[in-house]
Write a new protein. Structure first.
Length: 268
């Protein structure tokens, strides 16, 4: 019959083994503590592709969920389906995207191309890098979640006009001049860029319909006058689909015309 014998381990070796085991455990715990979960909101810093670095516009971001992502290429919004392989890789299947003509289409096209297929995940404290098979990268930093601004009791400043598939910023002579506030009873007041106006809106789900505008009657020329004319057309074009993402409000009519307005930050 086989008899098992207890063989004592020398004290010095026992201490070495104990320290090694403890060190391994601490390293694992430490790595887990400093490496962020890929799930969360990320601000895109830059792309590297084809030997070039493309710096991201301020609005480029990526919200990663457990099996879905949504984000902004810088101007156009998008969605995608995700399939994770642990925390080391993810397979991205692009979904819906808006198709507006934007100022930095080179960055938008590159971001859309890279955020597709199988990507390896490189994590660091407050950082996340997604890497394609050819070594191109999407570099991001963690971003606190910005709650969506409320529709009412906020002064919205018009930043851009939408026309079909294109978005254009307000001309320099009219930037910051068009503002409006929607009260709790959906009464609306503000300025169209030159003349002040008021109106009563009604709401049906995600649609807002603005009643006739009452305005002052100053003669408005130049950029401010042109913005006023376009905004008057938007408000009078029937139900407007509204959507709020962070501090941005989008109002879009059935013919594709609309506006993008921004709420003030908490600091403002």
């Amino acid at each position: 019959m086989l008899t098992l014998r207890h063989v004592p381990v020398p004290a010095g070796l026992a201490l070495v083994l104990a320290l090694a085991a403890a060190g391994c455990g601490q390293a694992g715990e430490g790595a887990g503590a400093v490496l962020p979960d890929p799930v969360g909101r990320w601000s895109v810093e830059s792309l590297t592709t084809g030997g070039r670095t493309l710096h991201a516009p301020e609005t480029a971001r990526l919200d990663i969920g457990e099996n879905r992502a949504e984000g902004n290429y810088g101007c156009n919004r998008f969605t995608a389906a995700l399939s994770f392989a642990g925390t080391s890789a993810v397979t991205v299947t692009p979904g819906d995207t808006t198709a507006m003509a934007c100022a930095d289409m080179e960055f938008e096209a590159a971001f859309a191309k890279l955020f597709s297929g199988r990507l390896t995940i490189d994590r660091g404290p407050d950082r996340l890098t997604l890497k394609t098979a050819d070594g191109s990268t999407i570099a991001m930093t963690s971003e606190p979640v910005i709650p969506d601004a409320p529709l009412t009791a906020v002064e919205w400043t018009v930043q851009s006009l939408i026309s079909g598939g294109s978005v254009s910023s307000l001309p320099a002579g009219a930037a910051g001049t068009a503002r409006f506030t929607i009260a709790a009873d959906l009464s609306v007041s503000g300025t169209l860029g030159c003349n002040r106006f008021s109106a009563q809106a009604t709401r049906d789900g995600d649609r807002l319909t603005f009643g006739p505008l009452t305005t002052t009657r100053m003669a408005c020329d130049g950029p401010a006058g042109e913005v006023e004319r376009k905004l008057t057309e938007v408000f009078a074009s029937g139900p407007l689909v509204h959507g709020i993402q962070g501090r941005l409000l989008t109002l879009t009519a059935a013919d594709g015309k609309g506006l993008i307005a921004e709420a003030p930050s908490d600091a403002e």
